[in-house]
Ligand binder design. Structure first.
Ligand code: AMP
Length: 458
């Protein structure tokens, strides 16, 4: 097994990694770091939760700290673009933690908050800037910021950028950066637009692929409780009586649904809050902070609001509503079991969600364990019989659907790469690709007997 020391990172970084309590590098770190230290471009197919932030932050810090010079006002050497404020804050925190024994200066800019403090931070001089695209462009237009000296560019969560309509902004930023830079692009999926963007943005990239959905899914204890829609809140209260659930993320399909669940839980004396698009930035941050610190045991979120949240030690994910897109299920449950830990995911399934469950099981090649011993079991839900559906629709219900400046002296050929005093870094390693665990795809008629009880899933 590769160690961090074998990755030949400099000592202040190894100390910081040790302070973080990381024992061994994650697969993406093992695959990416040696190439990045050599100055190669990288196309990383990986999602949040794989340790990808350290995979790019560590070699960047190694590069900057190995060639120290005063940070320049308004002109960062490294730019990390990421789609959401939450991700931007988390990446910035990572640079802070990993760079704590170095003098590298970093700043973070994102929208939704006043720009004054961000402008002041830029003026003071920065090496690394972490940004969301909209605010970055605003600041560039106001000349508070210039990306003309960027040597290393990281585009994080490129597919989300696309989903959120940021790709044009990204292209505008890229056009303002020097051609001779090192570029890294990370994306969890590879729609054609991302492949096109990568081919334009990256030069002879190393491709590194890790497949967290399968490995994540394998490590998570997943179960389903069949329940009628109107009993879900009561069931949630019952399930939450389990005291080993000390940090629980609950997913609902809608914002109003999230608020209703929170009101219900609070009435029962539970410490809970919601995050979703109707909450202000301040409210979201307070809720996340309360959840991180342990003041709030339960956080209720919608899929969009939960994107990119990185909170350690989420013990349980509860799908109060099942998502109609199987990938969302994988993303949701990936919030537990981060970076090698195991987690528990519990899903409530009402009669109208029975098909969603089937789609999810087909996607993950895994059947969820059925917990029948709970206070509100629903046979109609298990059989997928929606009580008020017309007869012909009811017949169909049991059949699955399948929806488908200045550092040039240390650079080789204009791009960063061989630094003076090279440390004998090895030659390029082969990229890895994770393998998706395959198992039996779930069919229609297989849930016979042998349910389990809630105690089993704690
Ligand atoms: P990321 O994919 O960058 O969002 O990282 C997911 C989580 O894994 C974060 O909480 C990191 O602190 C943690 N992490 C990153 N690298 C390691 C490692 N080598 N060992 C243990 N945890 C790690």
């Amino acid at each position: 097994m590769t160690t961090f020391a074998e990755l030949q990172l400099m000592e202040p970084l190894l100390r910081a990694i040790n302070d973080q309590g990381y024992d061994t590098p994650t697969p993406i770190q093992v695959s990416a770091i040696p190439h990045l230290l050599e100055g190669r471009d990288l196309f990383g197919i990986a999602q949040t939760g794989t340790g990808k932030t350290a995979a790019f932050a560590l070699p960047i810090l190694d590069y900057l700290a190995g060639d120290p010079r005063p940070p320049k006002p308004r002109r960062p050497s490294v730019l990390v673009l990421t789609p959401t404020r939450e991700l931007a804050s988390q990446i910035s925190e990572s640079f802070k933690s990993y760079g704590k024994h170095t003098n590298i200066k970093h700043a973070v800019v994102f929208g939704g908050v006043g720009q004054g403090p961000q402008v002041r931070a830029l003026k003071q001089g920065i090496d690394v800037l972490v940004a969301t695209p909209g605010r970055l462009l605003d600041l560039m237009e106001q000349r508070h910021l210039d990306v003309g000296d960027v040597e290393v560019f990281v585009l994080d969560e490129a597919d989300r950028m696309l989903d959120m309509g940021f790709i044009r902004d990204v292209r505008k930023v890229v056009a303002k950066m020097p051609e001779d830079r090192q570029s890294l692009l990370f994306s969890a999926t590879m729609p054609p637009e991302i492949v096109k963007l990568a081919s334009r943005m990256l030069k002879d990239p190393v491709r590194v692929e890790v497949d967290p959905p399968a490995s994540t899914v394998d490590r998570i204890d997943q179960s389903v409780l069949f329940v009628d829609k109107n009993m879900k809140r009561k069931l949630l209260s019952q399930v939450l009586r389990n005291e080993s659930m000390y940090r629980v993320l609950v997913f609902t399909r809608t914002k109003h649904g999230a608020d209703r669940v929170v009101r219900h839980l609070q009435k029962g004396g539970e410490s809970a809050a919601a995050i979703h698009g109707n909450k202000s930035q301040g409210q979201r941050e307070r809720a996340l902070e309360g959840f991180r610190s342990g003041k709030l045991r339960v956080l209720v979120a919608t899929d969009i609001a939960a994107r990119g949240i990185d909170i350690k030690d989420i013990t349980h994910v509860i799908n109060f509503d099942l998502p109609n897109i199987p990938d969302s299920y994988v993303h949701r449950i990936g919030r537990t079991a981060r970076a090698g830990r195991d987690g528990v995911a519990i899903s409530f399934c009402s009669p109208d969600e029975r098909e969603y469950l089937r789609d999810i099981e087909q996607t993950i090649h895994h059947e969820l364990d059925v917990v029948r011993e709970h206070a509100f079991p629903s046979e109609a839900a298990e059989k997928g019989i929606v009580p008020d559906a017309p007869a012909d629709a009811r017949n169909k219900q049991t059949h699955g659907s399948n929806p488908g400046g200045g550092r040039s002296s240390s650079r080789r050929g204009g791009r960063r790469g061989s630094r003076s005093g090279g440390r004998g870094r090895g030659s390029a390693k082969k990229s890895r690709s994770g393998e998706r665990a395959s198992g039996k795809a779930s069919g229609g008629e297989r849930r016979s007997g042998g349910g389990r009880s809630m105690g089993h899933s704690s």
